[in-house]
Ligand binder design. Structure first.
Ligand code: SAH
Ligand code: SF4
Ligand code: F3S
Length: 484
């Protein structure tokens, strides 16, 4: 069934990034020839649809995958009826996997009607051997599977798949390679994600990310700055620096650099107006970073600081390396230094061994930290992680009941926090036309709140002053104040 399964990079030692991007450009050209040939044969340019599951890392990877497809001449589409469909998958929680299986069933029915349809899968879920076994058995119509470490090889692998009748599988266990300078097709003209590092070394006991994304690797600051400069020249005014734990950026570089130092360099980029980043691990948040944020004109007033649990006992079992008190102290310090900072978080309910007392500690932190918003998750058992085999898994009914209580509290506090900026005039980056009302545009404040206000399409991508007139709970209605 399988043409090619590789568990290791194909050469001993890793090729140099410039060599590799040159090699991939050769395969993009080859794909281009396939596209031209097919267009001549069918009278229609082949279309391609990339569907993203999961986090911003995956969203950014998808921009690169789309860039490769666009460069080869495919017509990009949002419709899964396209000639080529690529799923960029996530496996952080069980329901992320279930979604992919459900949609694959549907893709299979489309392929029955159109046998030339090409179906490809990549991303975090594919790094799990049991997943690939299941796909080989239950979804044999898939043409191509690759993983997170060799995503830069997409053009090459697609060429192989197009030449083959069989399922092509290429998965690497890990890599220390970072390939620069591949094409990208950004979702937004005016804002972009930029990876500053890949992988994670933290091994929080519930989390599968380190197993599917590999060890932490930082990009060199000069490569990051060059990429952002290029994007700015292309119309970008806001960047989001991406990493699983940006606060440990640069530690393993030949010439170590701190995240705060990187921010200082990014801040210098002329024409760039806003800088965001995620995610910050509380254990590594430095005073230097607080100082840089506080004195920056460009770094947005938003920090995503995942709590996970408010119980020091559970935090220890989660391998998070901080206590409830340390987390609260950090939040208090951040609020003292930057009173207008929005702090958002992630919380897991139902981690193995969570008692009512542990859960109350989480509720207590939520009340005291007054998060501006929080993503709340029901603990999902991920096989291969230490927590999956911890003895005292919490019954579903108990978890659901706690989850409901937490969500209600989080929402009540978010509403209160959002009210703080009522009546103020703040700079807003206009992101899109409002989806319901064509007279309104939708934009984002520095603190990440959304605001809808009367505007026109030409405002998209510009930063304008807006008076925040009416708070609707988690978002605002406002009016533009052109002369402020
Ligand atoms: N690197 C980031 C988070 C990446 S995953 C960090 O450390 O903050 C995003 C969020 O998914 C995590 O913050 C966590 O809250 C949640 N998550 C991860 N694994 C999970 C699991 N097994 N069950 C439920 N939620 C999980
Ligand atoms: Fe997962 Fe923890 Fe790494 Fe975040 S820091 S990706 S939660 S292991
Ligand atoms: Fe999911 Fe992978 Fe991101 S598992 S959350 S897409 S790093």
């Amino acid at each position: 069934m399988t043409d090619l399964v590789r568990n290791e990079p194909e050469r001993s030692g890793y090729p140099d990034s410039a060599d590799e991007s040159g090699r991939q450009r050769h395969f993009i050209e080859k794909l281009g020839e396939y596209v031209e040939d097919r267009t001549r044969r069918t009278g229609k340019r082949p279309s391609a649809c990339v569907v993203t599951f999961g986090c911003q890392m995956n969203a950014r990877d998808s921009e690169k995958l789309r860039g490769i497809l666009e460069c080869a001449g495919f017509e990009l589409s949002e419709d899964e009826g396209a000639d080529l469909v690529l799923y960029n998958t996530c496996t952080v929680r069980e329901n992320a996997n279930l979604k992919v299986y459900g949609r694959l069933g549907y893709l299979g029915s489309l392929k029955k009607k159109d046998p030339d349809k090409v179906i490809a899968l990549c991303g975090c879920m594919m790094q799990e051997p049991e997943v690939v076994e299941k796909i080989k058995k239950s979804y044999p119509f898939v043409n191509l599977i690759f993983g997170t470490h060799n995503i830069f090889k997409f053009a090459e692998l697609l060429c192989t798949a197009l030449d083959s009748e069989r399922m092509i599988i290429d998965l690497w266990k890990d890599t220390d390679q970072i390939v620069e300078d591949l094409p990208e097709q950004r979702t937004y003209r005016f804002k972009s994600g930029v990876n500053i590092m890949f992988g994670c070394n933290n091994f929080c006991t519930y989390c599968i990310v380190p197993y599917v994304r590999g060890r932490e690797r930082s990009r060199r600051p000069e490569d990051i700055v060059r990429e952002i400069e290029k994007q700015v020249a292309d119309g970008v005014c806001e960047v989001m620096l991406l990493g699983q734990n940006v606060n440990s950026y640069g530690k393993n570089l030949e010439e170590p650099v701190t995240f705060a130092q990187l921010l200082r360099q990014v801040e210098q980029i002329e024409g760039l107006s806003r800088i965001r980043f995620m995610t910050s691990h509380p254990k590594d948040l430095s005073s230097e970073l607080i100082e840089v944020m506080k004195n920056s004109e460009k770094i947005c007033r938003h920090l995503h600081l995942p709590l996970q649990s408010g119980s020091s006992r559970l935090l220890h079992r989660m391998n998070r390396h901080y206590t409830k008190e340390q987390f609260l102290d950090l939040v208090a310090r951040l609020r003292r230094e930057m009173p207008d900072l929005a702090i958002t978080t992630d919380i897991i309910v139902g981690f193995p061994g969570e008692t009512e007392e542990d859960f109350e500690e989480t509720m207590d932190v939520v009340r005291r930290a007054e998060f501006d918003s929080a993503f709340t998750f029901i603990y999902s058992r991920r096989s291969g992680t230490p927590a999956a085999v911890m003895p005292d898994q919490v019954p579903d009914e108990v978890v659901k009941e706690r989850f409901g209580r937490l969500l209600a509290l989080v929402q009540e506090i978010s509403r209160k926090q959002a009210l703080k900026v009522q009546g103020q005039v703040q700079p807003v980056l206009v992101e899109m036309m409002n989806e319901q009302d064509p007279h309104l545009v939708t934009g984002r404040l520095s603190n990440n709140l959304l605001v809808h206000f009367p505007g026109t399409p030409d405002m998209i991508g510009t930063i304008v002053p807006v008076e925040l007139t009416r708070c609707m709970g988690f978002y605002y209605y406002g009016t533009m104040c052109p002369d402020r």
